[in-house]
Design a protein around this ligand. Sequence first.
Ligand code: G6P
Length: 561
Amino acid sequence: MRVVWYCAVRLPSEGPPVTDKTVADIRKSLVAHLRDGPKDMRKAFANDPQRFKSFSRTQDDMLLDWSKCAVDADTMGLLGELAEAADLPGRRKAMFTGKKINVTENRSVLHTALRNLSGKGITLDGQNVQADVLSVLDAMGRFSDAVRSGKLTGATGKRITDVINIGIGGSDLGPVMATLALAPYHDGPRTHYVSNVDGAHIHDTLIGLDPATTLVIVASKTFTTVETMTNAETARKWIIRALGKEAVKNHFAAVSTALDKVAAFGIESDRVFGFWDWVGGRYSLWSAIGLPIMIAIGAMRFREFLAGAHEMDEHFLKTPIQKNLPALLGLVGYWHRVTCKYPARAIIPYDQRLARLPAYLQQLDMESNGKSVTLSGGRVATPTGPLVWGEPGTNGQHAFFQLLHQGTDTIPVEFLIAAEGHEPDLKQHQDLLLANCLAQSEALMKGRTLAEAQAQMRSKGVSAEEIKKIAPHRVFSGNRPSITILYCMLDPRTLGRLIALYEHRVFVEGVLFDINSFDQWGVELGKELATNLLPVIEGKQKPSSDASTDGLVAYIRKLRG
Ligand SMILES: O=P(O)(O)OC[C@H]1O[C@H](O)[C@H](O)[C@@H](O)[C@@H]1O
């Protein structure tokens, strides 16, 4: 089937799957194809001058290039068939129209509705979702404008200069990541984030701040998360100690779906911003959970951020699979994880302001797709979500890239980079960043043969004896896949598009794995055991667990004297 792959596959319709092959059939064909498919990427590029054109696609200025992955037209054709057989179009429609696709929690999955500001949206259980979304967004805008303008002050009448967001997981990682990413747009109060229950986190944050000029946002979907509640209590004591009990109402706001619990905590209702059970924690930065981002960059920029994500939603919903960036990223992700059996993926933003993107994507991807049970409750037949990790480039090059280039595992790398930086007078930095990013993906793909290593050493006058000894260490196998996502500039719209691209990629992979990407039962057991262990650690109960846990408790007591 040596054809242009994007013509070879039927367009996915929104009706039932149009292929009569099953997912299992196509999975087998992919495994067979792995044996015959392209292995030598240098040759693949040499033989096909159109390779970049064939295996890259754009959404406006944003480019997805997966031409350095070991795929050909047949691979993409099979993956397209797999998407049809798994009914990706039908599942996508079910998500966007509010079907309860989170079956284990009996919930809809509608984070896409949070960024559809058209006012023409869906109705869910008799409620106009878009009207609710717009009303909270407007309330957030009024509050954030008042904080930013100084109209809303602390208890002593002083202007708010610092905002602390207390939350964890989805109530922290998204806002932290986006606040850093959009630093060039900050024109509001400074924002700080406290997540860890480790007292060091809140201690080190509060120590530099003045209670009279600080606003605390308690962000928790459930308003029961022990880390957040513990930190919120500590912050409340800090405010009361400095300003008295009455000041709490001036210095706290909250974001939650559990409005009754927020009221019990004592936060005034006009400072409480709600969201809904159809917003998963790790998909919630578009909701009121994004309040600290809005306070930092302003309501208008926040809406640009939402609009960017909506643009990617429309692209995902309406673009044929062969040109659909999230679908393609998911299909290639599936190829690497399931067919090639690569255990991990590295996320390497060549963008210092995306330093927290890998951590954010760890939750998005691993909490969504780190599952072993299918939608119907059976055991999965294939590997599911990979280990996701990463650090910004160029820093990573001087740390773990050794393993990416010469280690014994193949780890596909995803590079993200902007053509333009925000600092025109530092253009040389951006040029160096771009050169390094492109060079790393080139090096991973091309590698260096023994003959090339020897020739290079010879050209430098190295002795034959030294060449024999050292040249094998200077060999790079090459053929290590990487994907590059390239965009014009990291502005609010582009950040919105990038995050939505990854959200939908995770969705696509979840559909292909046949799992529920929207629950997180795997975080429960540890929480339950921690609750049981707290009285033991406090010395109120005797240890009565396994020998290791009891031994550790005894040793803690010994160290504490
Ligand atoms: O927002 P909260 O209800 O406080 O939840 C915070 C986080 O905690 C949980 O353990 C979940 O694993 C996350 O998905 C969630 O984002």
